[in-house]
Design a protein around this ligand. Structure first.
Ligand code: AMP
Ligand code: MN
Ligand code: ZN
Length: 613
């Protein structure tokens, strides 16, 4: 599309002109079509015909059951159904979306599959938008930095956010080279060790079930019995350590009564008239928490950075009440953010998020903050079958606001934050409470005035609150997951190289606190493993641009490749286990035991704690 429209006005050729009365075009737009218009005309005709034909099919609940009693009709439906699913699957895969359409016998996943189609539509429409922007001369492939903000040196790095099958998406990330690593200023060092995540909560506000005490009480019982009790407690303690601190409260939470009534949407204040306070001191954070504790609802969003850190860093938190907007510097206040647990876990206050899945994990990972009583507008949009569930879309429909997601991938570690990025961040929560009102009203309408759909959305949101952050754990088998996704067929030497590189990359990323994508992007790792370069320079040749840590560790990497070349050559290893080491159970045990010794999640720092295993 971009290529065909790059010549601007020529796209708008008259449809009446035939190929005879115009100069024969040097290149067809695509086989059989001379230009975009011809293609679109044909495409549109086909879509209209298909829509008409499908409208003529016997409808469910109407004649459908009668027709279905004929085996010929049944077979026809099955074959055509399969064809349709396959075509949709291929289309979705082509656009890099996950596609689970193949298993048509599995009726249970119908709703999920419908969601997949909706999500794919979002992706396709987004791509169309980007291409149209490109065609009109705007470059959206890189996040735009605000005008006037000139980071001294800029490098454009490919950033592998998600590795999803063959459609792995690569994002360009604009990154200012001179940004100081925020990790250096963190009071509590980041724990990249290969051990499971342990909750960071020490004080549990709004608890109906208190945090388990870590201090074994002095018991006036015989020694053997004391030992036995102690062992039981230790086991219980181990369970607690990895459980969700608010599991009990969330399990017993009931939907607030006022959600059972259809709301009258309360219009948002104009953005320009709303105060937006930037919070970077503990004093202001405490004041904000007190203010929030007096409200009945507020909106929350987060901005996160994951390129120059192993586990990622939450950089910003945006909060909006009906009256005011707040932006919290989560880098500056990282160790203090947990004061917000008071309002975030207050079951009488609704926290409104849009697409909270990752936010819930980031809050736990970076701050030990949990959410009790949440409403996710993304879940609401899904339940309403709006066709598109993104926040941009909701803002357009409900607020007639053209939000521009161009700073979504900006480097949120930048300080001081440029005005345009602050405005962008503010807009992410500013309208959210109004969107929440509108969606709830629509949910009532869709359920004939009943609260049933609101209840469903609220429950789904509660399930999201129950999600636990899981740290990436490296095992001897981890590399196989990535290998299988790449759909390549490596011989034993290539696979060994891949395994060694994968392990080296994980180790480096943890030690240097960088993302694996920064240390060595997937496609470069695949290329090195595929080529098995004999010389160090061959490794460099596989990487363009060469990642700094690859350059620094070139000899080490060269040795790894050499080691891989020395094993016997077996062709086409498809991931079966004969060259693999099966995961070692002692490995998992080591993780568990070391974790239990390394820290106690609920420890009062002033108390001593000694586990007995
Ligand atoms: P949002 O909720 O849209 O403000 O996004 C929150 C954070 O999620 C951003 O700061 C990014 O770190 C991350 N994020 C959102 N969308 C994408 C995307 N398409 N690719 C990579 N990261 C994203
Ligand atoms: Mn968000
Ligand atoms: Zn956001």
């Amino acid at each position: 599309m971009a290529a065909s429209t790059s010549d601007g006005g020529s796209v708008k050729q008259s449809n009446n002109s035939t190929s005879e009365d115009t100069e024969p075009s040097t290149e067809e737009f695509c086989p059989g079509f001379k230009d975009v218009d011809a293609f679109v005309k044909h495409g549109l005709g086909a879509v209209v015909a298909a829509t008409k034909a499908s409208a003529c099919l016997p409808q469910a609940g109407d004649e459908f059951d009668f027709y279905r009693s004929f085996p010929g009709f049944q077979d026809f439906c099955a074959i055509q159904g399969d064809r349709l699913l396959q075509t949709m699957s291929q289309l979705m895969q082509h656009y890099g979306c996950s596609s689970l359409m193949k298993d048509r016998n599995k009726l249970t996943g119908l709703e999920d599959r419908f969601d997949l189609v909706v999500e794919s539509n979002d992706v396709v429409l987004e791509k169309v938008g980007i291409m149209l922007d490109e065609a009109s001369g705007m470059n959206r492939s890189q996040p735009v930095m605000p005008t006037g903000y000139q980071p001294p040196k800029i490098v454009v790095s490919s950033w592998n956010r998600k590795v999803r099958g063959r459609g792995a998406q690569t994002f360009c990330l604009l990154q200012a080279k001179n940004i100081q690593r925020p990790q250096l200023k963190f009071k509590e060092k980041v724990d990249n060790s290969n051990t499971p995540f342990v909750s960071k909560i020490f004080i549990k506000p709004n608890a109906t079930k208190p945090l388990p005490s870590c201090e074994p009480e002095d018991l006036d019982v015989p020694a053997a019995l004391a030992d036995f009790i102690h062992q039981l407690r230790t086991q219980e303690h181990m369970d607690d350590m990895f459980s969700h601190p608010y599991q009990y409260e969330l399990d017993h939470l009931v939907m607030p009564q006022h959600l059972g009534h259809k709301p009258e949407p309360q219009m948002y204040k104009p953005l320009a008239e709303t105060s937006c306070k930037f919070i970077d001191t503990l004093e202001d954070l405490v004041a904000l928490n007190e203010k929030l504790a007096k409200t009945t609802e507020f909106a929350v969003d987060l901005e996160h950075h994951s390129y120059r850190s192993f586990l990622g860093i939450t950089c910003l938190m945006q909060i909006s009440t009906r009256e005011e907007d707040f932006i919290i510097d989560a880098l500056e206040l990282r160790s203090e953010m947990n004061v917000l647990n008071e309002s975030f876990t207050d079951p009488t206050i609704i926290k409104v998020f849009h697409g909270a899945d990752l936010d819930i994990e980031w809050l736990q990972k970076d701050f030990g903050v949990y959410v009790v009583n949440m409403f996710d507008t993304h879940q609401a949009a899904r339940s309403l079958n709006l066709g598109r569930n993104s926040l941009d879309h909701l803002l357009k429909v409900f607020c007639d606001v053209d939000s521009n997601k161009r700073y979504q991938l900006a480097d949120w570690r930048i300080r001081p934050l440029p005005g345009e990025m602050l405005q962008y961040a503010q807009a992410d929560t500013h309208y959210l409470l109004y969107v929440y009102d509108r969606l709830r009203a629509d949910l009532f309408d869709a359920a004939n005035g009943q609260p049933s759909l609101v209840q469903v959305v609220w429950s789904k949101s509660k399930d999201l609150c129950l999600k636990k952050y899981v740290k990436p754990i490296f095992t001897e088998d981890s590399y196989m997951e990535l290998y299988r996704k790449q759909k390549k067929s490596f011989n034993s030497q290539q696979l060994m190289a891949f395994r060694l590189l994968y392990s080296w990359r994980d180790k480096m990323a943890r030690e240097e606190d960088e993302s694996t994508g920064y240390v060595l992007p997937n496609h470069m790792m695949m290329k090195i493993a595929e080529e098995l370069p004999k010389e160090p320079q061959g490794i460099v040749a596989c990487c363009n641009p060469t990642p700094p840590l690859v350059r620094q560790q070139l000899n080490e990497l060269h040795q790894l490749i050499k080691q891989a070349r020395e094993i016997p050559l077996l062709k086409g290893v498809n991931g079966s286990r004969h060259v693999l080491q099966t995961p070692d159970i002692t490995f998992y045990l080591t993780i568990l035991v070391s974790a239990s010794f390394s820290s106690c999640p609920h420890r009062n720092p002033n108390q001593r704690w000694s586990p007995v295993l």
